[in-house]
Every structure is written in structure tokens, then in C-alpha cells.
Design a protein around this ligand. Sequence first.
Ligand code: ATP
Length: 265
Amino acid sequence: MPVSKAAPSMKKPQEASISITGLAKRFEKSPLYQNFSLEIPGGQITCIFGPNGCGKSTLLNMIAGLIPLDSGQVRFGGRALKDIKIGYVFQNYRDALFPWLRAIDNIKYPLSSTGVSSRQCRLRAEELIHQFDVGFDLNRYPYELSGGQQQLVSIMRSLATKPKILFLDEPFSALDYESTLSIRDKLQDVFISTGVTIVMVSHDLEEAVYLADNIVLLTKRPTQIAEVITFNAGRPRTPNILSDPEFVRLKAYSLDVFRREANRS
Ligand SMILES: Nc1ncnc2c1ncn2[C@@H]1O[C@H](COP(=O)(O)OP(=O)(O)OP(=O)(O)O)[C@@H](O)[C@H]1O
């Protein structure tokens, strides 16, 4: 089966690519990652998938600088985290949005809190509203919005600063199916129009293959890479792709790898 076992090689450090080398992390006495290395290409969508508790969120959070590494290095096109703009979307949108701010002010917050003029904040918010084709009232507070609307606001907020890399931790896991499909396609549209590097943890294999250029399949802990599978289908991908023979084949293959790793003792 022609499945690549390594991320596509790059001739030179690409802007917004991510190189993880020799990463180690343990909680209490138990190692989660030991000498873990991974190349994530810039300008592509990479989904991280693996057995429960193998450390998907921890990996994302270490790359994004939210959790310290014990040792190892993460570089972004050869640069440090502080030199690149990132956005982050949390799994739990209920805790992520500021409840005392209207949705529109949540979206503007990454700009307004860093001294960007109110005019620039408004223009950027308008751009995002247009890009996401928002059809609900952003003057409402988060508690007045549905879960899907709140998560859409979270994603818009994460993009306010025009990040080069967007991290998402299971962004659809708490949403109903209709919201998931709609937001997933909006996210893909943003990717197509901006080329932002997207790194996403997913617990849904179909969703991962649907969205990703690369699916990183992890082992049980101490966690290593089981396979990196690439899917080169063009974009925009639509639900028609679900019956595409290559999609079906890669999904089945990914599931085999996942089962093998989940059942490994
Ligand atoms: N702050 C912490 N303190 C102690 N152990 C932790 C901490 N955070 C994570 N862990 C451990 O690391 C393991 C990996 O956690 P993580 O949430 O990254 O896994 P995951 O693959 O994202 O999980 P899930 O499949 O449930 O979403 C967990 O099983 C947990 O035991």
C-alpha cells in the first residue's frame, strides 16, 4: 500500500513549518514522550490521531508553548515560538470565550488587548465576518449563542491576528453534526484562502482524513509515531470525497494502524 511513513521532506525550513526534535515529557514518574521527533510541513493541514490518553493534546500544547517540554526542541521554520504568530482553538469553547464580552469583542480581543486601534479592530472583524459568512448577531454574549456559534466565534478570534499557524484541539468534539460540517468547511475555506498552517487534534478518523494533508498516527505511551499518512486530494474537499476510493482506502488503512496500536500491550 503506497502510504508514506514520513512527513513530506522539505528542501529548506519553510515558513510556518514545525520541526520537533528529541522531545521528552513525563508526568510524575511515567514517560509520555521520549526522544520524539516530527516534521510538520508549513501551509498544510496536519491532523494528530491516536489512542486515548497517548498525549495528543499534550503534544499540541507543547508545540504551542502552553506546556513546557522536559527536553527537546520545537522550531518554526528555523525560528523560535516567540518569533511566529500563532492562534489556538480550545476544545471547550464554553471556557475559552470571555463571558463578559460580546461575541464581536471576543473576536477583536487579541487585537484590542495589544493596542491596535479600534478602527483596525473593526476592519479585521469585518473581514472575518465576511470570510466566515456569519449569519447571527455578534452583539450577543457567548451564553446567548449556540455551541456551534460559540466555537465559530472562538475560531474567528484565533484568526484575528492573522496567525501563520493555527492549533485546534478537537474543535468539533462538543458540537452537533450540522455545526461540525458547517464549521469544518468554513475552516477549510480559510485554509484555502490564507494558506495558514493548521495542526489539529482529532478523535474522528473520517474528519481527520477529510481535512488533512497529513495524518499523524500515534502509538500508545511512551508515544511514538506509528505512521504519517499523506492524502493529496485537491481542495475544496466536499462530502463527495467520502466515497472516493482513495479516501476510503486511506481511512481503512488508518483505522488498521490505529487498531494495531490501540491493541498493542
Ligand atoms: N497535568 C498533568 N498531570 C499529570 N498527568 C497528565 C497531565 N496532563 C496529562 N497527563 C497525562 O498524560 C496523558 C496524555 O494526556 P493527553 O490529554 O495529552 O492525551 P490525549 O491523547 O489528548 O487524550 P484523549 O484521547 O483522552 O483526548 C494522560 O493519560 C494523563 O495521564
